[in-house]
Design a protein around this ligand. Structure first.
Ligand code: ZN
Length: 323
């Protein structure tokens, strides 16, 4: 359940200090935003390293945000383990780590603004109610009296077509009304929906460039629609290819889904560098991770980034010069 307040670690930012972060103008601020549902794996490293490289290449800032709003899915200690892994890999954020669990007030304020303009509404519909429309919500079917738990949804009007130019995947378009419908901002269990939290945080933290895995590509039109509804700027987006299994599915139990080894960052960094389309020769002989990252930063070529996914099989054997 997501109703109550919870304590945050001392590494957390207060809402006011988050606000202060954005007062310094930058032309590029990227972020890596893991959910603490388990240890970071190789797929996470591609997103972390890719977003770090693009930020550094632009002489920009790179920050880390822990997206810990989905309490039922959270694994205790996972956030600390993820931060320790980033540290071991030499991926140090510019500024304190923000945790979404400490930012209920910001999400509440955004929801209230939408409710005040009738752009959001309370919904009692269950999954079963929406089965006939394949989960797409256009009008409430359920009676409030029958189900006390309430979700909050964004009202998505007809013709809500959203298009954007992804930095790697090209022109992306989605009819959010037809393909998604009214989407959830706060779940019936009280948890804030990912879409609302990420839009509020990206704007407040002054994120100019969102670089993340292509599994979030189809969330982007919803986020842009929500940015427009809240009067917030839309950042640039770049979706990196995913590591896939040999059948072309998102990795789950393959070698690439194994937790990263904090004691041996170099082989994984070199492999991530190669899968990001970069020349392995450029990192030859670079140790420890900080030296490797310095070299990576100076040789990174964004035009070499591949658009399509990689097979996990490519990760089974590390390059000969790994380590
Ligand atoms: Zn409804």
């Amino acid at each position: 359940m997501c109703g109550g307040r919870r304590l945050n670690s001392s590494a957390s930012l207060t809402e006011d200090s988050v606000f202060r972060l954005k007062t310094r103008p930058v032309t590029y601020r990227g972020r890596f935003a893991p959910s603490p549902t388990g240890p970071l794996h190789f797929g996470s490293l591609l997103a972390a390293f890719g977003s770090w490289l693009l930020a550094r290449h632009a002489d920009g800032e790179w920050i880390v945000r822990i997206e810990d709003i989905d309490r039922p899915r959270e694994i205790p200690g996972a956030a600390e383990a993820q931060l320790a892994t980033l540290h071991a890999f030499g991926l140090h954020p510019d500024g304190p780590v923000v945790r979404q669990s400490g930012r209920n007030g910001r999400y509440r304020a955004a929801l209230d603004r939408l409710l005040g303009r009738d752009a959001a509404f309370a919904c009692h519909c269950s999954r079963t109610d929406l089965a006939e429309s394949h989960g797409i919500h256009h009008a409430c079917i359920a009676s409030a009296a029958l189900r006390p738990q309430t979700a909050m949804r964004l009202r998505v009007p007809a013709n809500s077509r959203v298009a954007f130019d992804d930095g790697l995947q090209g022109r992306i378009e989605q009819d959010v009304y037809a393909e998604v419908g009214d989407f959830v901002l706060r779940r019936a269990d009280g948890c804030w929906a990912y879409q609302l939290a990420v839009v509020v945080d990206d704007a407040e933290q002054g994120i100019t460039d969102v670089v993340r895995g292509a599994d979030l590509l189809d969330s982007t039109p919803r986020q842009i629609l929500l940015q427009r509804a809240l009067g917030l700027p839309t950042p640039r987006y770049l979706h990196l290819p995913l590591v896939l299994d040999e059948d072309g599915r998102k990795l789950s139990k393959s070698s690439a889904a194994r937790p990263l080894d904090d004691a041996a960052p170099q082989p994984a960094l070199r492999e991530a560098w190669r899968l990001l389309g970069q020349d392995p020769a450029m990192l030859r002989g670079a140790n420890p991770p900080e030296a490797l990252l310095r070299q990576a930063r100076s040789h990174f070529d964004p035009s070499r980034l591949p658009r399509l996914g990689h097979f996990a099989a490519a990760h089974n054997g590390l390059p000969a010069d790994a380590g």
